[in-house]
Ligand binder design. Structure first.
Ligand code: PMV
Length: 342
């Protein structure tokens, strides 16, 4: 018997500086978003194509059956129309994360990024078709699983959403922003400060849906476009202080939109606010270029540049540790994107 067809990719998670929040039908964004791929928080996924059996998918996460299987199965179903070769196979999908599952940073971006890279690679091997580059195809496939995942398939900074600011940008897939920014931004670090790892009561999907009838919907789209344009200008010009100002406005807007949704919801915890205050005080006292952002959750991402690593480490250890769940934080930063493992 021939060896089964098999591919394996590792893909990072990403951190949005301008947030995707609110979607149109078909998982298209209401506004452009800008992110960078992380270095350490990664998912490794191996896909093996087996002769078709009754069951379409065998999914294992860290060696075990997983509740994620239903979502992955539905995702594969949605792609069969555009990649008919998928009909002929049962998929064995084996996935694992490089970061601790209990850390409350479970990432659909790295998970769908890695799976989409495998599927784009298989599509190329089995059909030889396609004018679009592999990573673009993977980005487009990843988008259909989790919007933010489409930005994870590139190294460094990525942009998703059609805009005159970035030529070639699209709602359909993300694009890499390459080396157009001041070099210091290639040394951006992210200390992921764990506030609370319990399961969120309101999912991102529900949050996106609530933007459809949100009273600030139009204003949010205008704000995100303006923020994205400002960030690109500031990063090109190497302006660090007002870079963090915009990044923080984005994070606070995201959570303000949640609180003003109908029904409203609140993901921040008391210690999220305490940590935010501490970071602002530290910045006022030291005048170091540091800032923060948040995703759809209570954890805080402390952003800084590599040259300030020692001061930041000292600050976390002395001022923040007692406010973090089990004193946990993850040392991450901007990364080089996905790799094909074999
Ligand atoms: O891709 P989703 O549906 O998990 O949405 C992610 C939304 C945010 O993380 C809050 C923002 C973003 O752009 O990543």
């Amino acid at each position: 018997m021939n060896n089964p067809i098999q591919v394996c990719w590792e893909c990072p998670s990403n951190l949005a500086l301008v947030k995707y929040w609110g979607k149109k039908d078909g998982q298209f964004p209401r506004n452009p978003s800008l992110s960078f791929s992380l270095k350490e928080a990664r998912t490794r996924t191996r896909v093996t194509l087996l002769p078709r059996e009754d069951c379409r998918l065998i999914f294992r996460f860290e060696g075990r059956p997983s509740p994620f299987e239903g979502r992955v199965g539905r995702y594969l179903d949605t792609l069969t129309g555009e990649m008919p070769w998928m009909e002929a196979y049962t998929f064995r999908v084996e996935s694992s994360n490089t970061f601790p599952h209990s850390a409350g940073i479970a990432s659909s971006a790295s998970a769908f990024g890695a799976l989409a890279l495998c599927l784009a690679d298989l599509d190329r091997q089995l059909t030889g078709e396609g004018d679009s580059p592999l990573l673009r195809k993977a980005s487009q496939l990843a988008r259909k699983g989790s919007g933010s995942a489409c930005r994870s398939v590139y190294p460094g900074f990525a942009w998703w959403g059609e805009s005159s600011v970035i030529p070639g940008s699209s709602d359909d897939y993300a694009v890499a922003l390459g080396n157009q920014f001041s070099a210091r931004f290639d040394t951006l670090c992210d200390a992921v400060l764990l506030i609370d790892s319990s399961e969120k009561k309101t999912s991102s999907s529900a949050g996106h849906q609530r933007m459809a009838a949100h009273p600030y919907q139009d204003a949010r789209v205008r704000q995100a476009n303006a923020h994205a344009e400002k960030l690109v200008q500031r990063m090109k010009a190497g302006r660090y202080d007002d870079f963090f100002e915009v990044v923080e406005q984005e994070a606070f807007s995201l959570h303000a939109l949640m609180m003003s949704s109908s029904p409203s919801f609140l993901l921040l915890k008391p210690n999220s606010l305490r940590v935010i205050e501490k970071i602002k005080d530290f910045r006022d006292q030291t005048r170091l270029p540091v800032g923060l952002t948040m995703d759809a959750g209570p954890n805080i991402h402390l952003l800084y540049f590599k040259e300030n690593r020692e001061e930041i480490r000292g600050f976390i250890e002395t001022e923040l540790l007692s406010l973090l769940e089990n004193g946990t934080w993850l040392d991450d930063g901007i990364g080089d994107g996905p790799v094909k493992v074999e």
